[in-house]
Design a protein around this ligand. Sequence first.
Ligand code: B12
Ligand code: SF4
Length: 491
Amino acid sequence: MPHLWMFLLQALTPAGHEVLLIDGNARAMSDEELVSFLRKENIELVGIGAMTRMIAKAYRVADAIRASGVPVVMGGPHVTEVPDEALGRDGGPRHADAIALGEADETWPLIVEDAARGQLKEVYQPERDKKGLDRKPSLQAYPAIHWESLDLDQFSLIPKFLRPFMSKLGSGWGTFHVVPIETGRGCPYGCEFCTVTGFFGDSIRFRTNESVVDELLRLKARARRERGQVAVFFIDDNLAINIKRLKSLLRDMIEAKAQVPWVAQISANLLRDEELVDLIAESGGKWVFIGMESIDPANMADVNKNFSKPGEYRTVLERLAQRNVYAITSFIFGMDNDTVGVADRTLKEIHSWPPGLPVFGQLTPFPATPLYERLEKAGRLARPKHWLDFAPFTMAHNPLKMTISEARAETDYAWSTSYSPLRNAQAIDAISGEPLKYRISHLVARLFFRGIYFPQMGWQSWLKVIGENRRTILVLLRNSAKAIIKARKRR
Ligand code: B12
Ligand code: SF4
């Protein structure tokens, strides 16, 4: 899935400038390829955005671009949280000519105009209110992102060689895009490990229902036109933060026939409302990402996430599953009350729930979070600048009741058990009474989600995964063949 910020800033660029987008995940280029691309296209300013996790690579790319003489402006959460690093004001090397702090909707047009005049400033920051806090942009007049005409080639999930064949399947699968859409920003909860409340603020700003519905309709029209499919990730941190507003948005989507399959993040405490869950299903909701974090209430209290109650997770998941909506359940290991065996205890609980897509991370002190400050004060940071020395799935601080390597082993066990061929088969079996399309999409999602942890790029690794899961795949293929024959006979 592409990142939203670059499409949004492209839409907010003053007239008379051309913006080309490259997503380093979807269109990998070496530094040399990138520099020769910039020369060929005569690029005059490069904007780079990155989360903390990818900042070391972003700095390296920025260094190569600056060395070729093109100015670089960096923005996004990490740069906002550690502004001196990108500008080399902390004693380290400088990586950016300019940085954009916070939400850049209103500063980006100024940056472009200053760069065009050759007068780029070092720091761009939103205006401040009386309390000295950033004035947050309103989302009421949201720019139109022209999904209907943008070049999305680098983001189609259907490999090029399969497109001619896939476009003939059903209503057409020649392209498949998962597109990010935001309907609001901000979160009042302030969980200890999270950067969102600090970055976007604790009050929520929403777009109008009309602008969201219009965006969905344009996306649907594009998919129909190119005989492809589109799904949407509503990237709001908590789509149901205002239940009344969400119900009204979902009703408007249904009324305008703007339904597309969608995924969103919603915390478990907001999924108690049956009417809301009905509307989620009716409006196209397929997967809900729930930050469950831990099945231990003591851990939840430690990270200020007491509002989410592990005791009600099962009921919430059953309520969703009854409507064929399933959950991506996200867990964090290495929390202060975790001991060896946490993965096994968590998996036992998960196995008693309707099947979903569990994902497992480790508690990570992101800069400028209350968690970072607490651990720093306690002298528990093992790698205070872990982002410059990125090590996947290796904790950057010492957990209290286990070691860093034990936390790693727990994470490894949780991933390998959850996505083993046996577990995949059990998950599909658990929904054997549901229509075939749900079982197929569940298995496909499982095979993809496995790739979050296990390297799964290239056709050889895919062949291996398909081989290992052949029994479950064959059962579904047999059922599909039977369903097709039955439908033909009926016709
Ligand atoms: C969608 C999302 C994802 C998607 C990402 C895929 C995608 N293509 O979008 C998924 C689900 C895969 C994901 C995964 C992860 N995510 Co995430 N994600 C988000 C989320 C919810 C929305 C991002 C978004 O589009 N926001 C809306 C846009 C408009 O805001 P924005 O990106 O900040 O951009 C604005 C400004 O920052 C600025 N800006 C941004 N870039 C640039 C660049 C320039 C040049 C300029 C001028 C300005 C600028 O202008 C924009 C407009 O104002 C954010 C939370 C949030 N609300 O932002 C977390 C968030 C970005 N994710 C976060 C994390 C930690 C992760 C993971 C590491 C989690 C994990 N443990 O695995 C993984 C990393 C995945 C990876 N390897 O890349 C953290 C990052 C914190 C940090 N300091 O880095 C966030 C902030 C959430 C949090 N809880 O704190 N994530
Ligand atoms: S983890 Fe989710 S609920 Fe908690 S502060 Fe972050 S965005 Fe809000």
